[in-house]
Design a protein around this ligand. Structure first.
Ligand code: CMC
Length: 443
């Protein structure tokens, strides 16, 4: 799907890192690979066959799991690029469909390519009518992410004509279906939870507008999409669209590496996204702000966050890669003010609280030393709540946006001629071999 050529430089045989086994003096030269930007990597693919050692890196803090041309993050500078374009420029000038095309195909679309792409996506927004019956099988109070895991996984039982992952056309159709149907499925999850009828998609509306329509319109009256809110929604989608090899994307790649169909892989990604350390943080931030309640209690919560034994963390703070302000959080903060102004919210106590919490944390030695800054999830919940979304829908919105990143990364993996099933090894610390003891001789 991505027609661009690989940009990674071939290994330079002169550039190696030497591994020395102290006990024997044996030495191995490990090749060093360079990307177009970013740190170099030590190529350990032949390490086990040549040395008998594995690397040990739980949490993959020092491991590059794949070669990718899609998204680049410089965590120290706080930079995020999609296909080379800085996120701030895309959030300011592009719309989500343009960004989706860019992520999937590698280049920004021409006007004609954009029109066709939007038409293709719009004409996949409906879901099979039988799929709508799934919803009545769920409890009304089910978390919408639970519904998303189930319904998105079930797509593979409906769209058999787009599950052959080795056929590029089928892969494209499956990718378009997932991007197009995700807002429909999400809005239906919301409608089911509030007992309102499902609203069919409207293909004359833009992607974000259509999602707001399916979520907030009711059949008995006309619903006009507020353009400021639609633009804010579109920007939220852009900011969350991809983020290189994060937990959910790596989950999608790992599930897909076995040859599983794309609908099942994206359902796996949704499950991974749900956790509070990842996409579930936007929901957790709002719960935390509500619990803090007033500015006078901020020092107490900051103190708890610094105390490891409390098990409490400031939600919406810190990131595995960013050791600087998350560039998405800066855009999100501005968008938050725009949305509240548009809605005439003069005084939003949670926003005041969030800004005060940010100020106090950023002046605190603990947060400075550990380079903990607000991340994308810190302000998004306040915007979404002001728009009328219940807290439980926040991570669902993240899932809608991230679907394009997931499918772009999944396609890139399938197209990679060197792709192998993902199969990490382990450091075994259990029992050595022992013999079975019959039941009557135990205890
Ligand atoms: N509050 C207090 N202390 C923190 C926090 C926090 N939010 N985040 C990290 N730390 C401390 C942590 O205790 C550790 O201290 P020490 O070095 O003394 O052991 C140090 O900072 C490094 O943390 P870590 O857990 O080793 O770092 P990580 O890269 O494994 O975790 C993280 C990254 C995002 C899971 C973590 O910062 C966190 O739990 N943040 C809160 C949840 C959150 O906002 N998640 C959204 C991430 S952005 C959107 C997304 O990816 O979906």
């Amino acid at each position: 799907m991505d027609g661009t050529k690989t940009a990674a430089k071939p290994p330079n045989p002169a550039e190696t890192v030497t591994l020395v086994e102290n006990s024997s003096g044996r030495r191995w030269d490990l090749p060093v690979l360079s990307g177009t930007i970013g740190p170099k990597v030590i190529d350990v693919r032949k390490l086990y066959s040549e040395t008998g050692y594995f690397t040990f890196d739980p949490g993959y803090t020092s491991t590059g799991s794949c070669e990718s041309r899609i998204t680049y993050i410089d965590g120290d500078k706080g930079e995020l690029f999609y296909r080379g374009y800085p996120i701030e420029e895309l959030a300011e000038h592009a719309d989500f469909m343009e960004v989706s095309y860019l992520l999937l195909k590698g280049e920004l679309p021409t006007p004609e390519q954009k029109r066709k792409f939007e038409w293709d996506i719009a004409h996949h927004t409906m879901v099979h009518e039988q799929l709508t019956r799934f919803y009545s099988g769920f409890r009304r109070d089910a978390h919408p992410m639970a519904v998303m895991c189930g319904v998105v996984g079930a797509l593979s039982a409906f769209y058999h004509d787009s599950t052959d992952i080795y056929d590029p056309h089928q892969r494209e159709v499956a990718s378009y279906r997932l991007i197009a149907k995700m807002p429909t499925i999400a809005a239906m999850a919301y409608k089911y939870s509030v007992g309102q009828p499902f609203m069919y998609p409207r293909n004359d509306l833009k992607y974000a507008d259509n999602f707001l329509h399916m979520t907030f319109a009711v059949p008995c009256e006309e619903y006009r999409v507020n353009p400021v809110l639609a633009r804010a929604m579109d920007r939220i989608l852009i900011l969350h669209a991809d983020h290189e090899q994060n937990a959910s994307t790596s989950t999608v790649r790992l599930a897909g590496s076995s040859g599983a169909n794309p609908f099942a892989c994206i359902a796996a990604g949704i499950a991974s996204l749900w956790g509070p350390a990842h996409g579930g943080a936007n929901e957790a931030v709002l719960k935390m702000l509500t619990e803090i309640g007033s500015k006078s209690r901020i020092p107490e919560f900051v103190k708890r966050a610094k105390d490891k034994s409390s098990g409490f963390r400031l939600m919406g703070f810190g990131h595995r890669v960013y050791k600087n302000y998350d560039p998405r959080a800066a855009v999100m903060r501005r968008t938050c003010h725009e949305v509240l102004d548009e809605l005439g919210v003069k005084n939003e106590p949670l926003l005041d609280l969030a800004m005060e919490l940010e100020r106090i944390a950023l002046e605190d030695d603990y947060f400075i030393e550990k380079k903990l800054y607000p991340n994308v999830d810190f302000y998004s919940g306040i915007i979404l709540r002001a728009m009328g979304f219940p807290t439980s829908m926040f991570t669902v919105l993240f899932a809608i946006a991230r679907t394009v990143g997931w499918v772009a990364q999944w396609n890139e993996m399938i197209e990679d001629p060197g792709q192998k099933i993902g199969r990490p090894r382990q450091l075994y610390t259990g029992h050595q071999r022992r013999s079975y003891v019959p039941l009557h001789r135990r205890g």
